[in-house]
Design a protein around this ligand. Structure first.
Ligand code: ATP
Length: 239
């Protein structure tokens, strides 16, 4: 197994006085896809927000490539290669597709490579190339998803934190998104932490599954085991 790109140790976090994560431990090997699974309110979104620097942990450590990320401003996390595609996706409706994508390149110092990355995104997502002058709010759900992912990819992340990418999308678009993640992992070594309600799709593409309950990780196992072991599935996933 590859070295871990991301590690969380005893991570605690929440909203003001409301604790949500109560000591999360996890390990994400470089170049793999990890699916984070769990009931509504288990703390999956809060975990991604804490890992991406949107929320400050109240205790514990986050190690990225061996370095402690605690207290690192979001801008620097982006520079180091952490990209977050939040739930609801954060596409700005009043900006064009091209402007939304350029936001992803805002922190890039290497302007030439930023332009190259932008071209690659247009090749990857052909509908975005056709609609580059359309406003964000004119796009379909699937196109918004592409735009949010594209914006994250323009930053050339090493770690992609992806919250509910399949929400509201047609099954065909979900399948395309999952196939794309797999291709990015295989071709570029991208590491992905994927929060999904659609457990079957997530486990189909993932290398590792992490089950959360009540703000803790209750199981971390190879995705293959979660797919194939009926007892484990019954116990932790309820199907
Ligand atoms: P879901 O699939 O419903 O998004 P989740 O596993 O992602 O579930 P979180 O969204 O992380 O769970 O929510 C965990 C807990 O934190 C819930 O009890 C929720 O009510 C609370 N919570 C989430 N966002 C906020 C917020 N902005 N302010 C206060 N509490 C919040």
């Amino acid at each position: 197994m590859a070295a871990d790109l991301l590690t969380a140790e005893a991570l605690a976090s929440g909203y003001g006085p409301v604790p949500v994560l109560h000591g999360v431990d996890l390990q994400v090997p470089a170049g793999t896809i990890t699916a984070v699974i769990g009931a509504n309110g288990a703390g999956k979104t809060t975990l991604l927000r804490t890992l991406s620097g949107m929320l400050r942990p109240s205790a514990g450590r986050i190690l990225f490539d061996g370095q402690d990320l605690r207290g690192t401003p979001v801008e620097q996390l982006v520079r180091r290669g952490v990209a977050h595609v939040p739930e609801g996706r954060g596409v700005i409706g009043e900006l064009t597709v091209a402007e939304n994508l350029r936001l992803g390149a805002l922190w890039r110092r290497d302007r030439r490579d930023a332009a190259r990355a932008l071209d690659e995104v247009y090749q990857l997502f052909e509908p975005l190339a056709r609609r580059r002058r359309h406003l964000g709010h004119q796009l379909s759900g699937g196109e918004r998803q592409m735009l949010a992912l594209g914006r994250a990819l323009v930053a050339r992340p090493r770690l992609l934190l992806l919250d509910e990418p399949s929400l509201g999308l047609a099954p065909r678009v979900v399948a395309q998104t999952m196939a794309l993640l797999r291709r990015l992992r295989d071709d570029t070594g991208l590491t992905v932490l994927l929060v999904e309600q659609n457990v079957r799709s997530a486990l189909a593409v993932a290398d590792q599954g992490i089950v959360m309950s009540l703000g803790r990780v209750v199981l971390a196992a190879p995705a293959e085991r979660l797919r194939d072991d009926a007892d484990l599935r019954h116990a932790y996933l309820g199907f």
